[in-house]
Design a protein around this ligand. Sequence first.
Ligand code: LAC
Ligand code: ZN
Length: 461
Amino acid sequence: MKIIAVLHEALGASKVLSGEALQNRYCHIWQMDETFKAKAVILPHSTEDVSKTLKICHEHRQSVVVHGGLTNLVGSTEVNADNVVISMEKMNTIEELDEKSRSITVQAGVIVEHIQDTAKEKELLFPLNFGARGSAQIGGAISTNAGGLRVFRFGMTRNLVLGLEAVLANGTIVSSLKKIIKNNSGYDIKQLFIGSEGTLGIVTKAVLKLVEAPKSRNSAFVALNDFDKVISFLKYADKMLAGTLSAYELIWARSYQQMTSEKTGKKPPISYGYPFYVLLESLGNDVEKDRLKLEKLLETGLEKGHITDAVPAYNEADLNWFWSIREDTSVLGRDMPYFQRFDVSLPIAQIGNYVEEVQGKLAKINGVVPACAFGHVADGNIHFSIGKQSNSMELKNRINEIVYTPLKALGGSVSAEHGIGLDKKAYLSLCRNEAEIQLMKSLKKTLDPYNILNPGKVLDI
Ligand code: LAC
Ligand code: ZN
């Protein structure tokens, strides 16, 4: 317990929680009734606090896990009783919005939706968007290089970070909070901290890129008869909408039925009976013309046989209805006591066959509901939510093997956007070769020689 006394001394008692003070903290946004055991939870108010904490932890060889909004889906924020947790919730200030350079400077604990709302007030858009935006913190989104619903047009989190400040394992602050888009002056150091899940350093601040806010937002649900049409209509829509297509979300029939079942209180915008549904979005700058353009797309898409049915969102209420169907994925697989989630990536042309093959294999296992599939198909990123009766390790591994094994030959990835964390560590070598993994390990050893930062996540050292 010596280290707690040292942390108290350095930070002040109010920033160091331990013992009973941890009882009302929860381990995950979906398990708010479950607490966790840790040596202490540190609540830094500044980068200097994070630096002091890490310097002490480094000296004491003390392992550290960072907590943000706890929406992670791969176990990256899991804690054991020997860990010190650094929770970023008090570092929740938006420091500056610069309309001219179209950037926003934020502390790591700011909620993603708060950044979106603040940008909107100035007629700007922070394009990062995903279902958990109301809870997820930007530091976590950066640490996991979060993807989401508009990657197709605006890129992953990585593409939206202009400048970054992070603290190294030994407490050194590496700050480069520049607002510039182009910076070819040597290695792009910030990329080390983006997507490395808190294993190479702790993100404390970022300068994020904003774009002009769109004036129009149009969406439609379409139904399609086979997977080739999903691809042909994507190409057609992208061409017809001339740069305004911003989302193209595919939902397989079984998932669509669950997402609009009576339980959810959401009606299906298009009737059941088709194998594929796509929810698409265009963001443009001319309300009237953009609406007509989308209507024209649906009309000619039907005429040319790309799609078999289509329903546009006619107003704000429709938009919210359509998107809430897609965003609330927690309804999938929930009729079973346990479930497994996946976020694989593979070349778009292979997705139809791959999903069919995976579902076929899963259907043969007793007590497993053939996977509900959906995803950001335009990015080659598909999710599965697989419900199951048992939580046995054997079944978990069997399902993992079915989903992950084909990805090697297909040139895919075991994680498109959620990261590796604990859940996918054993499968990393399916999509990363030996030379890549060795280089990752040597970076880890250089930046964190005592393996104190999120140890055991992503890689085993
Ligand atoms: C989504 C999350 C699960 O796409 O990545 O809904
Ligand atoms: Zn996703």
